[in-house]
Design a binder for this molecule. Structure first.
Ligand code: IFM
Length: 730
């Protein structure tokens, strides 16, 4: 398989997309795939996981570290960049098997040709470390100037987040210590350069307001290039109280074996997850690239951290954690690297207090998880999440208040984790009470209409965000019911298997009382049923709305960036939906909806879906597999798998920029491939497979971790029948 992504140009209007596509990272940080000479205008950013700041009334967002890859080359007074007219070759090459980004640019000048090569990677083992190499060569004798060092002036959406920077040279390192506006946190970036002995140069140190760098006056000739190796460390006060000195120590601990260890760790990661698809190179590459994106976002260095909706590709969506993680990404980790799944769940367990507080602020019981969760479970979702294109005024949206299905995602994540791994420690260490509190939240939403013997749930937003404040959204009602059932069942399982632990949890949390309350309502929640045509109404009154297609809705826009939903969007009073809603329910609960019903709903809702969210396509891919139509599923699978390679996703919600990478689509692509086409599901003794592959695929090879055993599965497709081979691997 081709493990390279190549970009040969650098234009103003493609830097955003290229920066996402060529992202490198290691779960601690993500480095956008910008060029060495780029500035904040080109969206240069090293986004740090789990550390946030708020400036004035701006949105609270993750910090971008000062940029240690800042480099400029001058020939006389001419700045050489990838956009210079005299470029005769330019390439950025992401070797995504190993997360290494290589750049090569050749300029043809009057004095001769100049070649610049750089290489950077984020160490996958020691996550505070980055490695950088610069090589300059020429076919003629000439003099060049290279300025290279740390630039603290980086891309910010709601910044600047640093109120002051200290730029010093210490212990032969360049160091930048940035003090965050919150007056508490500091980010230290340290870089130590080593120059090959054969290089001929003079060096001077330069500092200005935002940068510290070395200026190298270089003599090149055809036999003598200039070779610089740079070891970099980034440490924040969240990691260590003396971030600066710790960073120096980390930086100086680098050794030549770092790269060997980096490569071998990546090989080990691929051994858990690589896929092979016979007869479809594009799908194979797209899928493995999606897994790369998930793997560079995975918090391997922590026991309690999660993956933001735009991973570590920048500050979009406030670097916050959405339902995307549990509903779209978790299964991939659970089935390949379960320890990472445990860390993602650990984050939710540790942020339960934030969810309890949010519920009580709204007057509910239990745990109402943050729609956009930052550290401690703080809900970063703004009351005004969209800006009106005509008035430039913020628009009141109700995502934070009304996307009540969020807590069911956490319950589902914990439930599925226990089912797949049989690891009850998660339940004993906070998971059980988390699920019970989620269930208590749904209980407190239940309303009993006069003369009815059931409970309804009113005034919510389902997965389709264009229709706000609706009643009895089928997804929400079913998931509320599922959460309550799950709480009761998990409590019973813990009581039976771990009676002492159960008593201890009960003593602190009074769960027996809560379970009685849950048992009293569980069978009385209104679960709307499919009508005489087999169709399940998305919410009360949905079928009475104007029935138009997304294209017609689009034709009514008065501005290309106009928001489609909310109070008066072009979709709000129509049946046009943003993303899979009923079909998401039918995927999550495919155990209770028949293939025939799923098929009918698929054909009804798909033509009405805008797919304005990257979470949408995979749900249509998965559900088409439930009624055995891999042909229908395939384009939706491909759309998810290629979402970061092809770009083209929505970049704006009103005037708010929403670009970046799409880890939920990547996770959804894996789900479509493995749980859809291969039909992987749990059964009593071993994972069950019921393949139904696209016709042009000759085979599918993938790996799963089942209860600690790594298993390689090969499905050969021979004239419409399948041969399955399983092999345990080390
Ligand atoms: O969680 C999603 C939501 O469902 C649709 N809007 C974007 C969010 C983040 O991906």
């Amino acid at each position: 398989m081709n493990w390279e992504i190549i970009v040969n140009s650098d234009y103003k209007d493609t830097v955003a997309e290229t920066g996402n596509k060529l992202l490198i990272g290691n779960g601690y940080l993500g480095v956008r795939g910008t060029l060495d000479e780029h500035e904040k205008e080109e969206l240069v950013a090293i986004t740090l996981a789990g550390i946030y700041d708020k400036v004035g009334n701006g949105w609270r967002e993750p910090l971008n570290a000062p940029n240690p890859f800042w480099s400029k080359i001058h020939l006389d007074d001419q700045l050489l960049t990838a956009r210079s007219e005299n470029v005769i070759f330019h390439e950025q090459n992401l070797q995504f098997r190993y997360g290494i980004l290589i750049r090569e640019t050749v300029w043809k000048t009057e004095k001769g040709n100049i070649t610049l090569k750089t290489e950077r990677y984020a160490d996958i083992n020691a996550v505070n470390k980055l490695h950088y190499r610069i090589s300059l060569s020429s076919d003629q004798v000439m003099h060049l100037r290279l300025s290279t060092g740390i630039n603290s002036d980086v891309w910010d959406i709601h910044g600047p987040h640093y109120k002051g920077v200290r730029l010093i040279e210490k212990d032969s390192c360049l160091a930048c210590e940035a003090l965050v506006q919150n007056d508490i946190d500091r980010v230290a970036v340290v870089r130590e350069d080593t120059i090959a002995e054969s290089s001929i140069y003079e060096k001077r140190l330069v500092t200005d307001e935002s940068k510290i760098f070395n200026c190298y006056e270089i003599e090149l000739n055809p036999h003598q290039s200039f070779e610089l190796t740079s070891e970099i460390a980034i440490v924040t006060t969240k990691d260590h109280s003396d971030a600066l000195n710790k960073a120096i120590q980390v930086c100086q601990s680098s050794s030549s074996s770092d790269k060997t260890n980096h490569l071998s760790k990546w090989d080990k990661i691929w051994n858990t997850c690589e896929v092979e698809i016979g007869g479809d190179e594009m799908a194979e590459m797209g899928m493995n690239y999606s897994l790369y994106q998930l793997n560079i976002a995975a918090p391997r260095h922590s026991k309690s951290l999660s993956i933001p909706a735009r991973a570590l590709s920048g500050q979009v969506y406030k670097g916050a954690i959405f339902w995307d993680t549990e509903m779209f990404m978790l299964d991939y980790f659970l089935w390949t690297q379960p320890e990472i799944a445990k860390t993602l769940i650990g984050y939710r367990i540790d942020t339960l207090s934030g969810a309890l507080e949010k519920a009580s602020q709204y007057g509910y019981e239990g745990a109402f998880y943050a729609w956009e969760s930052q550290e401690g479970g703080f809900d970063a979702c703004s009351d005004y999440n969209v800006t009106d294109v005509f008035t430039n005024r913020p628009v009141r949206t109700y995502f934070k208040d009304k996307q009540m299905h969020i807590s069911s995602a956490i319950a589902r994540g914990i439930d599925y984790y226990v089912q797949v791994t049989d690891d009850f420690s998660v339940l004993l260490e906070g998971g059980l009470i988390t699920v019970i509190e989620c269930a208590m939240f749904y209980r407190s939403l239940l309303l009993k209409p006069l003369l009815k013997d059931h409970f309804v749930i009113n005034d919510v937003i389902g997965p389709d965000e264009y229709h706000e404040r609706v009643n009895n959204n089928a997804y929400t009602n079913y998931m509320a019911h599922y959460t309550i059932k799950c709480a009761i069942e998990q409590a019973k399982a813990v009581m039976t298997l771990y009676p002492e632990a159960y008593l201890a949890i009960d003593k602190v949390n009074d769960i027996s009382e809560k379970l009685k309350k849950l048992e009293a309502v569980v069978d009385k929640i209104y679960l709307p049923k499919p009508n005489e045509f087999g169709l399940l109404e998305q919410f009360d009154g949905y079928f009475t709305l104007e029935d138009i297609t997304p294209d017609i809705a689009k034709s009514r826009l008065k501005h290309p960036k106009e928001y489609w939903g909310g109070g008066n969007g072009v979709a709000s009073d129509t049946q046009v939906i943003k993303q899979a809603d009923v079909l998401t329910l039918m995927e999550v609960r495919s155990d209770i909806f028949s293939p025939d019903v799923i098929e009918k709903n698929w054909h009804y809702y798909e033509p009405r879906t805008e797919h304005g969210s990257s979470l949408s396509a995979c749900m249509y891919a998965l559900t088409a597999c439930r009624f055995n139509r891999p042909d229908l599923s395939y384009p939706f699978f491909l759309k998810s798998a290629l979402s970061d390679l092809k770009g083209g996703g929505k970049q704006w919600a009103g005037l708010v920029y929403i670009g970046g990478t799409h880890p939920a689509a990547s996770g959804g692509a894996w789900k479509s491939l493995i749980q859809g086409f291969a039909g992987l599901e749990l059964s009593e003794n071993e994972p069950l497979l019921s393949p139904n592959l696209p016709e042009h695929w000759q085979y599918l090879v993938f790996r799963i971790n089942y209860k600690g055993k790594l298993i390689k599965i090969r499905i050969n497709s021979v004239k419409g029948s399948y041969h399955i081979l399983r092999e345990e691997i080390k």
